[in-house]
Design a protein around this ligand. Structure first.
Ligand SMILES: *Cc1c(COP(=O)(O)O)cnc(C)c1O
Length: 216
């Protein structure tokens, strides 16, 4: 695949869902890719936000290309918050202290990134806020002064299921996430990766985080 092929698949899924073209945006996930690869495989095809999942790697690349739009999509540790200065959107807030730390650091930066709240996906690996925690966390994160734009979901692998069963489970999970965002009055939905982004677009994703498919 390549950026044009992924964009075509996004457009096709938008059309199938009766959504306007461009209502789902590609976040090009560039973690583990060096700048020459990004400049060769991504940048010729348009200006996309670039999603990084490791804070130092983000810092190093953004220092060379501050002209690009950088998003942070990874797990956030307290001592790494200082590296998020170039970021315009943090997808992966899963604890109120993370938002507080970003808001505090942002006072020194002169501007603050917007954020998404990461929803737990039901898997044993514990990342994200549960559905029950979400409304309270939203209020507390908003109280930090940061703007909460929406929700982020990382879907489980659903290993051992057939394709049809897996797709049905994913679609149900994406649709549930979209409903939760709607109920909270949040408009951005970051969901869908290389293996499942057309399904995510069908369920209402506004940001799809695709990595491997852009570089293979
Ligand atoms: C790596 C990563 C992606 C992209 O996954 P691919 O399978 O490479 O498309 C999306 N979201 C998060 C949070 C990631 O860490």
């Amino acid at each position: 695949m390549s950026v044009p092929a992924v964009l075509a698949a996004i457009r096709q899924a938008e059309a199938q869902a009766g959504r306007p073209p461009g209502s789902a945006r590609l976040v090009a996930v560039t973690k583990g890719q060096d700048l020459p690869s990004i400049e060769r495989c991504v940048l010729p095809f348009g200006s996309f936000p670039l999603g990084e999942g490791r804070a130092q790697e983000l810092r190093d690349k953004a220092a060379v290309r501050p002209d690009l739009e950088w998003h942070y999509i990874g797990t956030l540790q307290r001592n790494k918050v200082k590296y998020l200065r170039p970021v315009t959107l943090v997808h992966s807030i899963e604890a109120v202290w993370q938002a507080e730390a970003i808001a505090q650091a942002a006072q020194g930066w002169g501007r603050a990134p917007d954020v998404l709240l990461q929803l737990h996906n039901g898997e044993a690996q514990k990342h994200g806020l549960s559905g029950e925690e979400l409304p309270g966390a939203l209020r507390e994160v908003q109280a930090t002064g940061l703007t909460v734009r929406g929700l982020m979901l990382m879907a489980p692998e659903f290993e051992g299921l057939g394709d049809a069963e897996r797709d049905a489970r994913l679609l149900a999970l994406f649709t549930d996430t979209a409903r939760r965002a709607h109920d909270l009055g949040l408009s951005e939905l970051s969901m869908g990766m290389s293996g499942d982004y057309p399904l995510a677009v069908r369920a209402g994703a506004t940001l799809v985080r695709v990595g491997r498919s852009l570089f293979s």
